[in-house]
Design a protein around this ligand. Structure first.
Ligand code: ADP
Ligand code: ADP
Length: 225
């Protein structure tokens, strides 16, 4: 089953958007439950495509069919960026609750389910800490927990681990791989780290600066370290 379908996507920046096109008729499909990794040189439009998938960027032309909120008020997509973007005045627990409190009304927001994420994400010991007291890895795990707390069908991640030291990065890659398998999420992850792409992706798509997907590879089973 196709979870997301991008058809003839066009997007540019600047006056009239035509001046500096970034996406030039890009087509892409993501299967339900698939872990797709987007790779390519800086400036090739990976982040632009990811933001468009998230609904944070309007295309100039083309269309994106996304998982719908179908009959519920569940947002179908969670997003994580390179920086954790936590609210500095809220605790870890409150940050994780934040999205859910907005998306669900108070009666329907499942606090117990959100709190269970603290345990599962190894964040119980820092539940009442503020973001400036966290390590980089803890902060980014909190950002992923916040994205997952809204019970999305799809998780979008833009260079989520590239600001972390190598040991933490490896640990979080392992952790993300397990988490995604357990939750059965569809994932699109942007990275410029080829090892990360080969370790995490079921499929790898290359944006090469042409504004389209230049090549795709199946990567099953993903490479071991
Ligand atoms: P990548 O993620 O592959 O590095 P981006 O999607 O971030 O590529 O950027 C593609 C091109 O679009 C780059 O030239 C970048 O400078 C430009 N760009 C991205 N976002 C904006 C924006 N908000 N305003 C203007 N130009 C942008
Ligand atoms: P990345 O490629 O990792 O996304 P960038 O430094 O290219 O990081 O972009 C960081 C942010 O700055 C993005 O949100 C993007 O929209 C914005 N941005 C990138 N290039 C430009 C640009 N030329 N003009 C305005 N905003 C930009």
């Amino acid at each position: 089953t196709v979870e997301v379908r991008v058809t003839a996507a066009r997007k540019g920046y600047g006056h009239g958007s035509a001046a500096r096109p970034v996406l030039k008729g890009l087509d892409l499909e993501v299967e339900r439950g698939e872990f797709l990794v987007l790779v390519g040189p800086s400036g090739s439009g990976k982040s632009t495509l990811l933001r468009a998938l998230a609904g944070l960027e309007h295309l100039d032309a083309g269309r994106i069919e996304r998982p719908a909120d179908a009959g519920t008020d569940r947002p179908a997509i969670g997003v994580v960026f390179q920086q954790p973007l936590l609210m500095p005045w809220l605790t870890v627990r409150q940050n994780i609750h934040f999205g859910g409190r907005y998306r669900f009304n108070h009666k329907r927001f499942d606090i117990a389910a959100a709190d269970a994420l603290l345990e599962r994400f190894g964040l119980a010991a820092v539940a009442d800490a503020r973001p400036d007291q966290l390590s980089g890895g803890q902060a980014q795990r909190t950002a992923v927990a916040r994205a997952v707390a809204v019970q999305p069908r799809m998780l979008l991640l833009d260079e989520p681990f590239s600001a972390l030291d190598p040991a933490t990065r490896n640990a979080l890659q392992d952790w993300l791989r397990d988490l995604v398998a357990q939750l059965g999420l569809t994932v699109v992850l942007v990275t410029h780290d080829v090892d990360e792409a080969l370790y995490l992706g079921d499929r790898i798509a290359l944006l090469d600066g042409s504004g389209q997907v230049a090549a795709e590879w199946a990567n099953t089973p993903p490479r071991e370290r």
